[in-house]
Design a protein around this ligand. Structure first.
Ligand code: HPA
Length: 245
């Protein structure tokens, strides 16, 4: 069964036929929202709204451990994380969909691991390639089948938020090798790897990074919301193709 973590603008999957809602408790607390089980294009999927159903949980307060643990406990083998980002690379303009292949982590103070001294042994996961390559390629094929353009590859920088970046920070991120910036890529991807859950991100560029192009004077939340609204319909079409593959 496919797990989907929906971010800003994808708090509800409009084309998900919900069959069951389940409030799941985990050793790490409650997930952001009840898990929604349902059918997407006739196939079973489970969905969790990363920021809660009413979009009330800010990025730094998301219980990433509970979300990943809860999905894994439902025997979910693959998770697609849908997340909005700011574009830094020239071809990552608002409205573009992308499947990143690398991560930079600038977050702090988040509960970022399941590893604890109580486990007896210290585990160091391999994270050279942070996303599942097979799932990334499945997404590429799904987008092709859906007729939706999708950019493959890019480095997703995760900032702490909830504030957006300064123009200088975006310049620094670019020098660091970042192509896009969001606030939820980590620790989510690392936690999925710790539990051996195959995980890939489908990012939606909502705006230009601060100080760039249409964001030269600032970032307008209204514009972000308008971009996300249309892009998310395209995301849904890709996910439908992914589950029928
Ligand atoms: N910065 C960080 N996170 C984001 C952005 C951004 O510009 N846009 C959407 N999520």
């Amino acid at each position: 069964m496919l797990g989907i973590i929906g971010g800003s603008g994808l708090n509800d999957l409009a084309n998900l036929e919900v069959t069951r809602r389940e409030v799941v408790r985990t050793p790490y607390g409650e997930p952001s929202a009840p898990l929604l089980f349902g059918k997407l294009a006739g196939r079973e999927v489970v969905f969790v709204a990363r920021h809660g159903h009413g979009h009330t949980i800010p990025p730094h307060e998301v219980n990433f451990r509970a979300n990943i643990w809860a999905l894994q406990a439902q025997k979910v083998a693959c998770v697609v994380s849908v997340a909005s980002v700011g574009g830094i690379r020239a071809d990552l303009s608002p409205g573009v969909l992308c499947v990143p292949d690398q991560i930079l982590d600038y977050t702090y103070g988040r509960r970022h691991t399941f590893v604890s001294r109580d486990d007896g042994t210290v585990k160091h996961i391999d994270f050279t390639h942070p996303y599942c390559e097979r799932l990334r390629q499945d997404l590429a094929r799904a987008a092709q089948a859906a007729g939706e353009p999708l950019l493959m590859g890019g480095t997703y920088a995760t900032t702490q938020g909830p504030r957006l970046e300064t123009a200088a920070e975006i310049n620094r991120l670019e020098r660091d090798g970042a192509d896009m910036v969001g606030m939820t890529g980590m620790p989510e991807a690392g936690l999925a790897r710790e539990l051996d859950v195959r995980y890939a991100a489908l990012t939606v560029v909502a705006n230009w990074g601060a100080g760039r192009a249409s964001s030269t004077q600032g970032i307008e939340m209204n514009e972000i919301n308008a971009v996300l609204k249309t892009a998310m319909a395209r995301v849904r079409r890709i996910l439908e193709q992914l589950v029928v593959q």
